[in-house]
Design a protein around this ligand. Structure first.
Ligand code: ADP
Ligand code: ZN
Length: 728
């Protein structure tokens, strides 16, 4: 069945329900209904009804007499064929029920019903005999300019809505039906962009060419921060709009994207549509419909924007493609960057992966010739990359209980003295990551998780960063009862603010962390204060690392460069390199030269050596080599199974069953079961398996047959994580 030919009445059709079922269910098409693949329908399901999407021809295995008819069709744009294939492929790859994936496409159920049209009024045929001055003002207003709503007429004429309603009753105002929403403005792709430098122009030509060719291709746009990658991929968007197709730009930290949005508006004279979790319900509904109808031209969003039902997508840009937040780590565990490439291959259009520090996965794909690399070698204009130096905290550290070394402190003082801005970076929220009893050594732990509670002093709370548990900081130790002996250990950014306030009493300090900012609006207000020069010293977590361009910022101090290196995670060094490069990129973005200081207890670590010497190429090469030797991604494949549940015995039993049926083969290794590093999360015990396989292995099939036969009891769950990024 295709989009155009609908089955004759009485025929059956497979309908995919947005539920975690094994696959689509068959239904009968009633005689009075025309159902084509992709149509959103309502079907009886159990004792109630459910939404569903007509998925294609039914298998026909079930006796027709047992099938129920489709109850009706929903008046919304159908789910395009490309989206349906995308759903099937993601479900297959991630070993998830397709219904759970299609639920992400239909995530805004309110948007499925057509919105009510708006009613506006113009001057009607009748002129009432008795015309008060108030009535006259309303009629004068209605006689000129655009049609207006009752509220607008009342406000414009300075009268109550009763006056307007009276005129409607009298026939002096006539109703006009308007579409529910104004169509989004068309970004003006013909508008001239900035004059690109030679490198940029060459890169833009390659990307434009790929869009114009209209074939699937993956382009890696690589260039240091400030090289102009955004300006360059804007050219590809212009080409996509010129071809009459939709473009999607994915950003990792959409809440802090205001600067990006205003740059887009400057370039194209219109705003793109946004898609992220901070939208109000009405905005979500409108944006979903306008994307599904094809009226939206450019969409900027978080990873969930991939699942929207674009009817004519022609380009995806994944900005900061290396960013870890592209990996979704609960529910359906997918890597949005990789799925964007898949979406491009299904839709037959190019995908641009932009980054200053491409992931090793992406580098390997360039080596294999699957992706094309497009390089911007230098920063735009006179800006140069900042110098980096390591501060050896073993030798040059501060006294106990302090976190800023004398060298960094002096550098901050000098910078502020020159009326320039400095940034202290510490990727840790709260005041202290650990609270310890000085009398008995007890550590305050989350009751639901195997983690320490983090003190948030400004909020006066202890918090678990994993499950959201909160409590007041007690005065007595819960273990030994000693009073006033609980003490904070280690710094979070609140504690750093405290130290900086003592060290730099004159400085105007601003703290940036997700829990300290009430939302995107407040974050943007803070960014504007920095731009206006109303802040001298910025102290923040990784939300400050991304995307911002602060011309007066010339010093970046990384308070603990070792923070990401512990734990022995596969990507620890790579991630440290990416994060620190990104933070460093905040310094000296304009004509002022920048410097970066990395406080570390292990200056000999290869990643720190690489950053300081600037020879990142050989660092990345040796990382890749080590991964190749070990058969690790991107040269081998990993998948994790996480067995969890409230009942430890049942969890262990399931883990043992899985262990007995673990896949075997020359190309496959399975480790586990072993207690997860987070052995308890939200009250659930957790056991992990890790499977390593060769690149050619059919990982999803192996997992499906491994897990498929295993029955779980009670609330025990087996979660599958293909290509895991977290090993907790
Ligand atoms: P990246 O995305 O690579 O970090 P951006 O595109 O953000 O770099 O560019 C960095 C800064 O330089 C921005 O303020 C941008 O407007 C400016 N810029 C880049 N290229 C040009 C150009 N050709 N003409 C004018 N300004 C440019
Ligand atoms: Zn917890």
């Amino acid at each position: 069945m295709t989009d155009t030919d609908s089955p004759p009445a009485g025929e059956r059709v497979a309908v995919l329900l947005p539920l975690p079922l094994a696959g689509p269910y068959d239904y009968l098409v009633p005689p009075d209904l025309d159902v084509a693949a992709g149509d959103v329908v309502v079907v009886p399901f159990g004792r109630t009804t459910s939404l569903g999407v007509a998925w294609g021809k039914a298998e026909g295995a079930v006796d027709a007499a047992k099938l129920k008819p489709i109850a009706g069709k929903v008046d919304c744009p159908p789910l395009p064929e490309e989206s349906r294939r995308f759903v099937d492929r993601i479900a297959d790859y991630t070993v998830s029920p397709p219904g759970a994936v299609v639920r992400m496409c239909l995530s805004v159920s309110a948007a499925l019903e057509p919105p009510a049209p708006r009613v506006a009024y113009r001057r009607g045929p009748v002129t009432p005999e008795r015309l008060t001055p108030a009535r006259r003002r309303v009629l004068d207003l209605a006689g000129e300019g655009p049609v207006r709503s009752i509220a607008d007429l009342a406000e414009g004429a300075g009268v109550g809505t009763g006056v307007v309603r009276g005129l409607i009753e009298a026939g002096a105002l006539a109703a006009v039906m308007l579409p529910a929403y104004d169509a989004p403005a068309m970004p003006d792709w013909q508008r001239a962009g900035p004059n690109l430098n030679e490198d940029q122009a060459a890169a833009a030509a390659v990307l434009r060419g790929a869009v114009e060719a209209g074939n699937f291709a993956t382009q890696v746009l690589e260039g240091v921060t400030g090289a102009g990658k955004t300006e360059v991929y804007f050219e590809a968007i212009a080409a996509c709009l010129a071809a009459g197709r939709q473009a999607l730009v994915m950003l990792p930290e959409i809440a802090l994207s205001a600067q990006w949005l205003s740059r887009f508006e400057v370039r194209f004279g219109a705003r793109p549509l946004e898609w992220h979790s901070d939208l109000k319900p009405g905005e979500r509904r409108r944006n979903w419909r306008q994307i599904a109808s094809g009226e939206a031209h450019v969409v900027v969003g978080a990873r969930s924007a991939l699942f929207l039902p674009y009817p004519k997508l022609g380009l995806i840009v994944v900005d900061e493609e290396h960013d870890g937040s592209y990996k979704q780590d609960d529910g359906i565990r997918y890597q949005a960057r990789d799925m964007a490439v898949l979406r491009g291959s299904i839709g037959g259009f190019p995908v641009i992966l932009s980054s200053a520090t491409p992931s090793l996965e992406t580098r390997a794909n360039v080596e294999r010739g699957r992706y094309t690399r497009v390089v911007l070698a230098n920063r735009h204009g006179s800006a140069v990359l900042p110098r980096m130096r390591a501060i050896d905290m073993r030798r040059d550290g501060p006294s106990r209980g302090h976190w800023l070394s004398p060298i960094l402190t002096a550098a901050v003082q000098e910078t502020l003295g020159r009326k320039e801005q400095a940034l202290l970076f510490l990727n840790r929220r709260g005041y202290a990551p650990l609270t310890l009893c000085g009398a008995c050594g007890h550590r305050l732990q989350c009751p639901n998780c195997s983690t320490w509670l983090v003190e948030h002093r400004l909020a006066g709370r202890l918090r678990c960063h994993h499950c959201g548990y909160e409590a007041r900081l007690p005065n007595e130790c819960p273990a030994c009862g000693a009073e006033g002996r609980l003490k904070p250990c280690g710094p979070g950014i609140e504690r750093l603010v405290e130290e900086a306030t003592t060290l730099f009493p004159e400085a105007r300090i601003a703290a940036f962390a997700s829990d300290l900012l009430a939302g995107p609006k407040q974050a943007q207000a803070m960014v504007e204060k920095v731009l206006a020069g109303e802040v001298d010293l910025l102290i923040g977590t990784q939300i400050l690392a991304k995307g911002h361009h602060f011309p007066m910022l010339t010093l970046v101090g990384v308070v603990d460069a070792d923070l990401g290196l512990g734990g022995g995670d596969l990507r620890a060094a790579e991630r440290t390199y990416q994060l620190l490069s990104q933070v460093a990129g905040r310094a000296g973005r304009a004509e002022h030269k920048g410097q970066v200081m990395l406080q570390t207890h292990m200056p000999e670590a290869p990643v720190l050596q690489a950053l300081v010497s600037g020879d990142v190429e050989s660092f990345l090469e040796s990382e890749l080599e080590a991964r190749a030797m070990a058969g690790m991604p991107p040269y081998g494949r990993l998948a994790a199974l996480i067995v969890s549940g409230h009942d430890l015995e049942r969890v262990m039993e399931t883990a043992r069953t899985l262990a007995r049926s673990a896949p075997q083969g020359p190309d496959v290794e399975v480790w586990g079961p072993a207690a997860a590093p987070l052995s308890m999360l939200r009250g659930r015990h957790r056991q992990r398996f890790l499977m390593k396989a060769g690149r050619g292995a059919r990982v999803s099939d192996l997992l499906r047959s491994w897990v498929g036969g295993v029955k779980v009891r009670g609330d025990t769950r087996i979660e599958i994580d293909v290509d895991p990024y977290s090993f907790l």
